[in-house]
Each structure stands twice: as C-alpha cells, then as structure tokens.
Design a protein around this ligand. Structure first.
Ligand SMILES: [Fe+2]
Length: 316
C-alpha cells in the first residue's frame, strides 16, 4: 500500500500551531518553586499562553505571549496559595468548584467565595491569596495581563509566617472580613469593584446572533490592559471573518467551537475546539467562529487591548 499523507497547507499548519489541546497538554505539579516543601500549597498548572506566574518561561509546548498569558490552575480541597502581590493585574475565572480569594491590607483580609463562571481581577500590587474550602477540587483559568510578568512578591509565605497566619492570608483571628458590595470597609469597597458574578452580569445580544457578558472592559471591570468576555454562541450561529490589531484568544468552556483563519488570498482553514481547548489568533489574522453543533457553546475570550470594541460582527 502506498498512501501519501495529505500535506497540511502552511495556513493550516500555522493555525494548528496556535491551538492548545487540553488532552495533549499536561498539568505541571512543580510550576511554582516557592511551593516546594509545603504540601499545603500544592497546585498544578497547565500553561496555554506564556508561563503565567511560573518561572518556566522556556516551555516550548506553550504559545508565545503578547499582551496576556492564559493557564489553568488546579487546586485540591484544603490547599491554599500564600498571599502575594504582582506589578500587574491578574484574573481568576472559576471553571469548577468554589474558590475562596482573600485580599490583604495592613493585616486585614476580605474574603470572597467564587463559583463557576465568577471572576476576580486581582488589582495591581494588592496582596491576594486563595484557598479551596469547598468539597470538590477547583479548576480555574488565570490570565496575567502582561506577556512576561515579574515573579510574585510573597507577603505571608509559610516559610517565614506561622502556618495558620499564612493560611488566612495574613489575617490574625478576628481580622477576616466577609466580601460585601455594600460594606463600608475600604477593602470591601475596593474588592467589590473587581469581582464579577456570572449571574449578575448583563447578557448582551450582539446583532450577529451571539451573547456576551463583559467581565473586563467597558460595562465590566475597568482596566487599562486587556478585555475579557464570556461568549454564548447558539447552535448554528457564526460570524464572518474579522481581524484585530492585537491578538485574541478563545478558551472553550462548554460545547464545541469551530474557528477559521483566512489568508491574504482568501483561502480558509478551520479547526474544531472542544472544552478546555484554546486558540490564539495573532494580531492582523483574519479569523471567524461558528457553532456547527446542536448544543450551545460557551467561550472565554481574552483580547490584548483595553480599547473599546472596534469589530462590528456580521452573522455568517
Ligand atoms: Fe497572583
């Protein structure tokens, strides 16, 4: 038998090279060297775009970041992440489970519980940590709003903080305050501007026939780095090719999304993505999306600019 395998076009090869398949990637249990020797801090990271907060910037199975990183973090019940701060904003989008996130200032901590599709944008230089107080593992998507973040600055790490104080993100007993959007504590008011509840965020219908909930950007949390939205694409809906002057990325949360790319000559290629698969569409690349399936698709979209939307989507 003499069968020649079809040779992928360069466009097809390029598109494939910008896809991160969940099942082809592996979780790294040693992504954060500062956690070594502290079983309570155990967490696993799956890197899609860039290294996120990990120093493993040389991972060749990871897409090269431009304006943001995307990774998944897995956290067992009972484990926590020590309170730390970054020079840049960082979002936690919960996929499964319930995550407790704490913000610390001057020894006081406000804690919020986030469920599936809820998000917090950790503000610049704010001390933040997280803990799984729930009954099931937490899976979340973290995006850092810069391609190559600096290492985190630890504020209450168990290597130099009593274990109970590190687990409470730096709050002595009685210094933990519950999250409240109507609370009068300045830290409550600060955090309230950075939390998005999926069920409370308006669902906007785009004229092209899909829905969006704005998490970060005009209508959501104000930011000067990136926009983040959750898209809902009904069965059969899709848009015509469009491009941006920055990159965008789609992380499929539910359902099956077809993504297409077009070259300068008008040739197109498509790829189908399932849950937890990601595609990164580079700046200037004409691309489109469509739901070929019978069920709805939910997609987490990150766009590498804070500027308001310039694309006018047209139904395909
Ligand atoms: Fe962080």
């Amino acid at each position: 038998m003499n069968v020649l395998a079809p040779v992928p076009s360069s466009l097809e090869a390029e598109l494939r090279a910008h896809v991160g398949r969940h099942v082809e990637k592996t979780f790294d249990w040693d992504a954060f060297p500062s956690n070594r020797g502290f079983p309570d801090l155990e967490r696993a990271q799956m890197r899609y775009i860039g290294a996120g907060g990990s120093p493993k910037v040389g991972d060749t199975s990871t897409l090269k970041p431009e304006h943001f990183t995307v990774s998944l973090i897995y956290k067992h019940v009972g484990k926590y992440a020590a309170c730390h701060a970054h020079e840049i904003e960082e979002s936690f989008l919960i996929i499964d489970g319930v995550l407790t996130v704490g913000w610390e200032k001057d020894g006081e901590v406000v804690e919020v519980k986030l469920g599936p599709k809820d998000m917090i944008l950790n503000a610049r230089d704010i001390g933040h940590g997280f803990r799984n107080d729930g009954i099931e593992p937490v899976l979340m998507s973290i995006s850092v709003d810069v391609g190559k973040p600096l290492p985190p600055r630890y504020l209450y790490h168990p290597k130099n903080t009593a274990p109970a104080l590190a687990r409470s993100f730096g709050a002595e007993p009685g210094k933990t305050i519950p999250f409240s959007v109507t609370g009068d504590h300045p830290l409550q008011q600060h955090m309230a501007r950075y939390v998005i509840r999926h069920s409370e965020q308006p669902t906007l219908w785009d004229a092209a026939g899909f829905t969006r909930k704005v998490y970060v950007g005009p209508g959501g949390i104000e930011s000067d780095t990136c926009r983040k939205e959750m898209l809902g694409i009904p069965a059969g809906a899709g848009v015509k090719p469009y491009s941006r002057d920055v990159e965008d990325a789609f992380l499929v949360l539910e359902g099956s999304l077809t993504v297409g790319w077009e070259d300068e000559a008008g040739n197109g290629v498509e790829v189908e993505l399932g849950p937890r698969d990601l595609v990164m569409n580079p700046a200037g690349r004409r691309h489109w999306f469509r739901n070929n399936s019978a069920g709805p698709v939910t997609v987490w979209q990150v766009i590498g600019t804070a500027e308001p939307e310039t694309v006018r989507f047209e139904a395909a």
